[in-house]
Design a protein around this ligand. Structure first.
Ligand code: ADP
Length: 358
């Protein structure tokens, strides 16, 4: 589930280079006596041909090189003082090098294709897991979000009734205020529905410049009700004007969402202070996000265990949120880690390379 790469430079044309080299070697070979091992450089043409994506191209070029190596014996049989058996050995060695280079190259390319396919499958698997994790999280928030949307809808209904009465009474100033309130509430409901749709849509990765402060605020809006329900005080300590980072906003929202939801669930079970603090900051070419909580802290001896896939200590947990979050952060060129707070509680931080704006 990596962030989409930026466009790469245009690749040179190995097919034309390979055929050009075959021609050049053939012309040189024709003009030298048979005693010179002039057919050996054909192997470089085969190496170039192996860079062409069409699977048949390299074997076809190798075949052509073989035919030309043998054809030279007939087309320009000048052999100087070299004995004929040495010439045959010479040509045989050239054919052997061309053949071996082709076989080894084709085998290497097949292994490379298999490796890429495996990588692709892992990526698809992670994307599916990430989507499943988002649906799971949305499911956990469903009651809260339904309530959250219901509030502005009820307010809109009420204000609309008042507006109708004000319109009949001809009180235009009060009517304008009332309509403004309706528009505001509709926007609030729309923002919640939009955030929920973004969270649950499978969607392809879409890279752009992202402001992590905005990401933190968006997560806060969706999670606010859950925090209140758990009696948690979620505080945002966002540093002004941090550099943007380059990446996929939805995936990064999911990372922050996972960290904050975990922190809320951690403090929900404690009798004491229930504070979750989301901080952003910047340091030498990176942007840092930290989520601290006053919960019981990480149960495992090694805090890194929480990133293992399917590791969970919750009765209804899936144990994929942090594994997915770590792959997302690493795919963006960053690092995500966990630590125990000395005074109890847990702290999760990640940093991402700052966008240089070039
Ligand atoms: P899940 O939430 O489904 O268990 P996660 O991958 O998000 O999956 O978390 C894995 C485990 O990491 C949790 O079950 C919990 O044991 C631990 N963990 C995560 N966040 C915290 C936290 N803030 N405080 C203490 N433990 C945590």
């Amino acid at each position: 589930m990596p962030a989409p790469p930026r466009p790469a430079l245009a690749a040179p044309r190995p097919a034309a280079l390979a055929l050009g080299l075959v021609l050049a070697v053939f012309v040189v070979d024709l003009n030298l006596p048979l005693g010179v091992a002039a057919a050996v450089p054909y192997t470089f043409a085969v190496l170039l041909a192996l860079r062409v994506p069409a699977w048949w191209f390299a074997p076809a070029v190798a075949g052509l090189c073989g035919v030309l190596t043998v054809a030279k014996l007939e087309l320009a049989p000048e052999r100087g003082t070299t004995e004929y058996w040495k010439i045959l050995v010479n040509r045989g060695l050239a054919l052997f090098s061309i053949g071996m280079t082709t076989v080894l190259g084709v085998l290497r390319r097949r292994a490379e294709i298999a490796r890429r396919r495996a990588e692709e499958e892992t990526r698809e698997h992670l994307a599916a897991l990430a989507h499943m994790d988002r649906l799971h999280a949305a499911g956990q928030l469903a009651t809260g979000l339904a309530h959250e949307v219901n509030q502005p809808l009820a307010a809109i209904g009420l204000q609309a009734e008042v507006a109708a009465r004000l319109a009949t009474a001809g009180q235009s100033a009060a009517l304008a205020a009332c309509l403004e309130e309706i528009a505001e509430q509709a926007q609030r409901a729309g923002a919640i529905v939009k955030a929920l749709r973004r969270m649950t849509a499978p969607g392809d990765a879409h890279a752009a410049a992202v402001d992590l402060n905005e990401v933190a605020r968006a997560v806060f809006r969706v999670i606010d009700w859950e925090a209140r329900r758990a009696g948690a005080d979620v505080q945002l300590q966002l540093k002004d004007s941090i550099p943007a980072i380059w990446g996929d906003r939805v995936q990064l929202e999911q990372v922050v969402f996972n960290l904050v939801l975990n922190a809320i669930q951690a403090v929900a079970g404690t009798a004491g202070e229930r504070t979750v603090r989301v901080e952003t900051g910047a340091a030498a070419d990176v942007v840092i996000v930290t989520v601290r909580d006053t919960g019981p802290g990480i149960a495992a001896d090694d805090p890194d265990r929480v990133f293992e896939r399917f590791y969970t200590t919750k009765p209804h947990g899936m144990g994929v949120g942090l594994a997915v979050s770590r792959s997302v952060v690493e795919a963006h060129g960053g690092k995500l880690w966990a630590a125990k707070e000395p005074g109890g509680g847990a702290v999760f931080s990640f940093h991402l390379p700052a966008e240089r704006g070039d």
